[in-house]
Design a protein around this ligand. Structure first.
Ligand SMILES: Cc1cc2nc3c(=O)[nH]c(=O)nc-3n(C[C@H](O)[C@H](O)[C@H](O)COP(=O)(O)OP(=O)(O)OC[C@H]3O[C@@H](n4cnc5c(N)ncnc54)[C@H](O)[C@@H]3O)c2cc1C
Length: 236
């Protein structure tokens, strides 16, 4: 509603209160559809969305915070001590190989013991955390406006994005579509709304990706796509 009102105000001689009084959801909906078609996205900046994210790795939160037009609050490793058995993320590629998963787990747990030893020896957590791995799980709250979110989804729902941030971005898009379908129903990786922007590095799954986004029902948290991309460079 705010987005539509902001858009209407640009072309209306009357005041904001008067516009609000005359306003109906149907009128607002029609106007938003028009804005989305024309690509007049600046008014989308009036709508903001906040997500509470838990259990992603530090590797992924580092990628997330590269998106500058957003606000973040992340659990601090300076002030919140990790338990000896801190939470961590095991990538599926590791989990599929039993021997490597065992080595991975042993290593991360040894790191946890070293971390605890450093803290117990009186080191501040801000120094002890230097031994913690990228796999360490984190919690973060992020707020983005709808225009930036659409940009974020374009980059991070793409099959070229790393699997963990892609999975998270897809779930965020699912929530955004449910909350504001008019703003997000056609959002997603670049190829969903036009040509693939990846050129020679295209994932080779364009038809499959477009279909998955078209068929994505509100019952599914993520678009119905198999997780494994084909080799980069192949095009469909
Ligand atoms: C598949 C993939 C691989 C990547 N690989 C790497 C990598 O190897 N190394 C690496 O360092 N990063 C990498 N990144 C991160 C990438 O370079 C961007 O930092 C990140 O995606 C944020 O995107 P952004 O700058 O468009 O967006 P945001 O920071 O979200 O900004 C949105 C838009 O606002 C505008 N904007 C924001 N700030 C400015 C500014 N200061 N000046 C002018 N315009 C601005 C731009 O138009 C920008 O696109 C990768 C990203 C992806 C998706």
């Amino acid at each position: 509603m705010t987005v539509a009102l902001a858009s209407r105000l640009c072309y209306s001689p009357v005041g904001i209160s008067e516009l609000e009084e005359r306003w109906t959801p149907a009128k607002a909906g029609r106007l938003i559809d028009k804005i989305m078609k024309l690509g007049h996205y600046s008014v989308l900046e009036h709508a903001v969305f906040t997500f509470g994210i838990e259990g992603i790795s530090r590797a992924t939160s580092h990628q997330l915070v590269r998106h500058r037009l957003a606000s973040y609050s992340q659990q601090s490793q300076r002030y919140v001590k990790a338990d000896e058995e801190f939470e961590y993320v095991v990538p599926p590629s590791v989990a599929r190989k039993r021997r490597l998963e065992k080595r991975f787990t042993e290593h991360v747990e040894e790191v946890g013991r070293l971390y605890r030893e450093l803290v117990d020896a009186g080191l501040p957590p801000e120094d002890a955390r230097f031994v913690l791995p990228n796999a360490a799980a984190t919690k973060i709250i992020v707020t983005m406006n709808a225009r930036e979110l659409r940009h974020f989804f374009g980059l991070r729902c793409c099959q070229r994005a790393q699997w963990e941030i892609r999975g998270m971005a897809e779930m965020m898009l699912g929530l955004a579509r449910a909350a504001a379908p008019r703003l997000f129903s056609r959002a997603g990786p670049g190829c969903v709304g036009g040509r693939c922007p990846e050129g020679e590095l295209a994932c080779g799954r364009i038809k499959e990706v477009r279909k998955a986004y078209r068929d994505w029902s509100s019952q599914e948290r993520r678009p119905p796509l198999a997780d494994e991309p084909k080799e980069p460079g192949k095009k469909t």
